[in-house]
Design a protein around this ligand. Structure first.
Ligand SMILES: *[C@@H]1O[C@H](CO)[C@@H](O)[C@H](O)[C@H]1NC(C)=O
Length: 93
């Protein structure tokens, strides 16, 4: 079922376009490039303590796995807490 749109919708959309564009955060330019599993390019950076993770001893990294030209999978990786991250399994409790 299509809802009838008021005739002013295009004008409203134009009126709010600058506001909507201003809501996007600029793309980060300081990402580290790496090659991930199966040769997939990965871009990431360490996330400073205080953004989501409050424990300064737990590092976290976020970024993208570029699986195709226009397909990017976002990830946010947190090191293990309570178990040495060097020996902890990749996923766990
Ligand atoms: C990662 O690669 C992009 C695209 O080639 C480049 O612009 C950027 O400077 C690189 N980042 C680093 C840290 O080398």
């Amino acid at each position: 079922m299509r809802l009838p749109l008021p005739s002013t919708s295009p004008l409203l959309a134009l009126a709010f376009a600058p506001w909507a564009l201003a809501q996007f955060v600029p793309a980060p330019t300081d990402l580290i490039n790496a090659t991930g599993y199966a040769g997939i390019p990965v871009r990431y950076k360490e996330v400073p303590t205080g953004i989501c993770e409050l424990d300064p001893d737990v590092k976290s990294y976020s970024g993208y796995a570029d699986v195709d030209v226009d397909q990017h999978i976002f990830f946010w990786f947190f090191e293990s807490r309570g178990i040495d991250p060097e020996t902890a399994p990749l996923t766990g409790f």
